[in-house]
Ligand binder design. Structure first.
Ligand code: SF4
Ligand code: SF4
Length: 223
């Protein structure tokens, strides 16, 4: 899932300081699951913002709507009614959702209510960890399903670096050494021989360095 965290009310207050009638929009998918931008979080942020503005003697009217997914026009179109009645929109979706809403409503300011962080998983209650950088050329088969591009601090494809101590990463001992994990995993699935192969430099042309990417799947297009 896409993992995000809420912006502080102080920061958000500054962002919407010029507006008196605002729509707070939640997203019912990833950011609901990571407890950042679903219906409940939008409710809490709206309440906190109303209180903060009241204390500043600059009251604000906030409408709240949560749609299924902010990254699909099919759902964004449901915002047309409420959006017509406000001066600005705060999206509690990921960065893609914020931009999708902004494209749909070009005459209304649209602001991000969250800090979008990474593609990750729920590790344990209230702890999410990053697992994928979306490099566009997945090599997980080679590494026993553990991504060194994301999880090794040096992004080594031919690790380990030699600095690991007690299976922890030398760059940050809070993290496990990704290459220790790769070794253990390959051992447990009987694929240690994969480590004998020297991996050539990765082809980064599918990654984000060349600007925004696009996926076109012609077989699913309806003409
Ligand atoms: S190799 Fe690339 S696509 Fe695969 S998990 Fe790692 S960053 Fe993600
Ligand atoms: S200690 Fe392990 S995870 Fe950390 S940089 Fe070295 S190989 Fe990568």
């Amino acid at each position: 899932m896409i993992v995000a965290s809420p912006k502080s009310i102080t920061e958000l207050k500054k962002i919407i300081a010029d507006h008196k009638k605002v729509l707070f929009v939640g997203c019912g998918t990833c950011v609901t699951v990571c407890l950042a931008g679903g219906e409940r979080e939008v409710g809490i942020a709206s309440y906190a913002m109303r209180m903060a503005r009241k204390l500043d003697r600059s009251p604000i009217e906030i409408r709240q709507v949560t749609i299924e997914r902010q990254c699909e026009n099919e759902f964004i179109k449901d915002l047309a009614g409420p959006a017509a009645e406000v001066e600005a929109i705060v999206s509690f979706g990921c960065g893609a959702g914020v931009q999708a809403i902004a494209e749909r409503f070009p005459a209304i300011p649209v602001y991000a209510g969250l800090n979008t962080q990474f593609l990750g998983v729920l590790e344990e209650q209230a702890i999410w960890t990053e697992k994928c950088l979306g490099c566009g050329d997945c090599m997980l088969a080679q590494f026993g399903g553990i991504c060194p591009v994301t999880r090794c601090a040096k992004r080594l494809l031919n690790g380990p670096c030699g600095g690991s101590l007690e299976s922890r990463c030398e760059v940050d001992s809070d993290r496990p050494c990704a290459w220790q994990l790769i070794y253990s995993r390959l051992k447990s699935i009987g694929q240690l021989d994969r480590l004998e192969e020297i991996i050539p430099p990765k082809d980064w042309s599918h990654a984000w360095y060349c600007g925004a990417r696009k996926v076109v799947r012609k077989e699913h297009q309806v003409k």
